[in-house]
Design a protein around this ligand. Structure first.
Ligand code: 5GP
Length: 204
């Protein structure tokens, strides 16, 4: 029997929403799900590991990869390039492995066009006041810089309109639980080949 194509979940969120922690905790609960490691030209932050958090590459190398058509999607974000490897995605999905991608809405939209079967989840802070509080905690900036950050976050949040699910991150544990619930519900859909094949065993 042909292996069922893996399921893929795209998670997007404005900065300061705790998306990275949610994905990390989700992967601990569901170790069968693989994290799709993106390529980026942004400098590595302390504690980040090449090949685990990102593949940190030069702008030249990134541009070459674009020219070779290696990315399923890529964007420039705050002066740095970020991209998802088409091959990494395909290899996982063909093997039947489930994957999770942490990408921003522009890239997510591109993926939705090429992989309409993906599950698109948007993570939001519990309220607009909480978003403001979390953004201001990220750096002691002046009002103008803060306003810019908020506008950028709002631009991203407007994209929620075409996502499939929304998770409000008031508490980390709860957000991870909800993301897990979405994953399990999608895995349990009657029309999934793996589910259908088990049902047919009963009906034989
Ligand atoms: P950071 O630099 O803070 O790790 O990520 C900045 C933003 O880039 C986040 O919103 C993250 O989701 C997004 N991002 C990370 N990897 C990719 C990618 O491969 N493609 C796209 N489109 N966005 C990405």
């Amino acid at each position: 029997m042909k292996t069922e194509e893996g399921l893929f979940i795209v998670v997007s969120a404005p900065s300061g929403t705790g998306k990275t922690s949610i994905c990390r905790e989700f992967l601990k609960v569901y170790p069968n799900v693989k994290f799709s490691v993106s390529y980026t030209t942004r400098p590595r932050r302390p504690g980040e590991v090449h090949g685990e958090d990102y593949f940190f590459i030069s702008r030249e190398s990134f541009k070459e990869r674009i020219a070779q058509g290696e990315f399923a999607e890529w964007v420039e974000n705050y002066g740095h390039l970020y991209g998802t490897s088409r091959k990494t995605m395909k290899d996982f999905l063909d093997k039947g492995a489930d994957i999770i991608l942490d990408i921003e809405p522009r890239g997510a939209k591109t993926l939705k066009q090429s992989y309409p079967r993906g599950i698109f989840v948007f993570i939001l802070p519990p309220s607009i006041s909480e978003l403001k509080a979390r953004l201001s905690k990220r750096g002691a900036e002046d009002d103008a810089a803060m306003k810019k950050r908020l506008e950028a976050a709002m631009d991203e949040i407007r994209e929620v309109a075409w996502y499939d699910y929304v998770v409000f991150n008031d508490k980390l544990g709860r957000a991870v639980y909800y993301l897990g619930a979405i994953y399990v519900a999608e895995k349990s859909r009657r029309e999934r080949p793996a589910v259908l094949s088990k049902i047919s065993d009963f009906l034989r």
